[in-house]
Design a binder for this molecule. Structure first.
Ligand SMILES: [Zn+2]
Length: 214
């Protein structure tokens, strides 16, 4: 068995990372520093929890929704299908854009419509609510996307977030899929266990399928 290394689909977290307009950007304060003669280096961070690659909790978009610490870990570990799409910027992914069968209960959409995590742009792709229902009918429990939102940037009604709530699906946003081919992998993308939080940053990786030597 040939074991390929994990593919890191997490953007590097640093102060320059773009966040939704109005959200608190990431910052890190060094409070003690070995270089300055302290016995240890200690720092603290401040940030929106919707930072880079992150998992949304249902209480982000529904008053009765679970917080991130209450979510089943099954959403964040296991087989996942990467689906590549090529649709115009600023449009929602429609059911007719899906040219492949749904093979796994976790799905990641590769749109390449949010090319730079360090420069905010608002013409990224979202997901049409009909696709959410379709995936729900196929037993999908996690939907991820390589944009800051499963909805369009200017959608204050959060149509797809709400449809995802109805289907009890988990949301992963902000992963980087530029170097990832369509296909099936194992996803590891665990949120931090922050009590009551409406999201958490994740370290998201894909494990390629094991290749058996001929
Ligand atoms: Zn979010």
């Amino acid at each position: 068995v040939i074991k390929a290394p994990p593919i890191d689909i997490t953007p590097l977290i640093m102060p320059e990372m773009a966040v939704f307009p109005g959200c608190t950007p990431f910052s890190r304060k060094v409070e003690l520093n070995i270089s300055d003669g302290d016995s240890v280096t200690v720092s603290s961070i401040q940030s929106t929890v919707h930072l880079g690659a992150h998992a949304d909790a249902p209480n982000h978009y529904h008053v009765n929704g679970q917080a991130i610490h209450e979510r089943s870990l099954d959403h964040y570990i296991g087989p996942v299908q990467v689906i590549e799409l090529c649709i115009p910027r600023g449009q929602r992914i429609k059911k007719s854009d899906l040219k492949v069968d749904i093979l796994e209960k976790r799905v990641l959409f590769k749109t390449l419509s949010y090319p730079d995590p360090y420069a905010w742009s608002d013409d990224f792709n979202g997901i049409d609510p009909e696709v959410i229902d379709y995936l729900g009918e196929h037993g999908v429990i996690t939907i991820g996307i390589d944009t800051p939102s499963v909805d369009l940037a200017n959608d204050s009604e959060l149509l797809s977030h709400n449809r995802i709530y109805k289907n009890d699906i988990a949301i992963i946003e902000g992963v980087v899929l530029n170097e990832v081919d369509a296909g099936v992998y194992t996803l590891i993308a665990l949120p931090l266990k922050i009590k009551g939080a409406d999201a958490s940053p994740i370290r998201a990786v894909l494990l390629p399928k094991e290749q058996h030597e001929a």
